[in-house]
Design a protein around this ligand. Structure first.
Ligand code: ADP
Length: 306
């Protein structure tokens, strides 16, 4: 508006000067104003018209730019407001997840302190139960740190030539304990597949997917781990024959804190619904993607392309 008004003032003054000049020339040529020429009221009228036209143009510009500015600013700010909303949701989810173990620890400790004849066995039980809660909180804190580290845009990972085969082997080693505890059989179909990526994060991604495959399988089932190459990418596949995922949950499982059917999964399996969003962040940072195919009751297959 400032630019438009400045231009209008310049145009107005230029026009007025021009009019005055014409008037003076006319006066000079025809000293008697009674003779035909540009008469003073015509000059006044022209001035008025110029002012009217310029004001109208400025008003139109104000209207158009104001309306466009309002809508464009709204559109520009939308992702920012969505991000803030997301952040708020994330903080409230994280606090909620931290509050649950804290409340349970607090209650147990208060009950124990009120008891007058607390013996060693009860104390040990209390400490054991508290330790479980502390472990859960530690896991959540680690997840939150990883989420921050691998969120796209945050991480500056060092890239190099890595073999998906050795990444899968390292991940399988890391999940030995739950594999043995659940008597799961891991079948390897590993082929060399060299890609450019960050080894540490890719091992982490493979551990998350393997961990889930184990967590959501019944004891004694098989898990097939494959690595290989297609024409355009290195591929890692994790196939389980476990619970599977319902069609309506599939689009959401990569969202932060999303857990499928709380009543079904929360009691039986530990977790915060953060694993897959970390895995997704890692895949993206390594210029890759994760695809999932699943049938409820039959099992799931997670395919990572790097
Ligand atoms: P968490 O396992 O901690 O709940 P994730 O982000 O790793 O969180 O997974 C989100 C949800 O996706 C899980 O709650 C689970 O219901 C579902 N899910 C993930 N992997 C599998 C799998 N292999 N089989 C069945 N369900 C799975």
């Amino acid at each position: 508006m400032l630019i438009s008004i400045s231009f209008s003032v310049v145009i107005y003054q230029g026009s007025v000067m021009e009019l005055n000049r014409i008037e003076q020339i006319q006066r000079f040529r025809r000293p008697s104003l009674t003779l035909p020429g540009i008469e003073p009221d015509i000059i006044e009228e022209t001035r008025g018209r110029i002012i009217f036209a310029l004001s109208l143009i400025n008003l139109i510009i104000l209207g158009v730019s104001g309306t466009a500015g309002y809508f464009l600013a709204g559109r520009t700010l939308k992702p920012i407001s969505e991000m803030l909303e997301n952040q708020k949701l994330f903080v409230s989810d994280a606090s909620h997840e931290l509050r649950t173990p804290l409340t349970s620890m607090k209650t147990e400790i208060e009950v124990a302190l009120r008891s007058k004849d607390l013996d060693l066995k009860e104390t040990k039980n209390l400490l054991f139960s508290n330790l479980e809660e502390v472990n859960k909180m530690q896991k959540l804190a680690n997840y939150l740190l990883e989420l921050n580290k691998y969120q796209s845009g945050n991480g500056k990972l060092s890239f190099g030539k890595v073999n998906l085969k050795s990444i899968a082997e390292k991940a399988i080693k890391e999940v030995q304990r739950p594999v043995e505890a659940k008597k799961i059989k891991i079948i390897n179909k590993l082929q060399n597949a060299y890609v450019t990526g960050n080894e540490e994060s890719l091992v982490q991604l493979a551990v998350i997917l393997l961990d889930n495959a184990i967590k959501y399988s019944l004891p004694g089932k098989e898990i097939i781990v494959k690595t290989g190459k297609t024409a355009t990418a290195g591929v890692m596949e994790f196939k389980d024959f476990g619970l599977g995922i319902r069609k309506e949950d599939l689009p959401h499982i990569f969202e932060r804190f999303y857990r499928v059917d709380i009543s079904r999964s929360k009691e039986k399996t530990d977790g915060y619904g953060l694993g897959l969003s970390i895995a997704d962040g890692i895949a993206k940072l390594n210029n890759g993607s994760i695809k999932v195919e699943s049938k409820e009751g039959k099992g799931s297959i997670f395919i990572v392309r790097i």
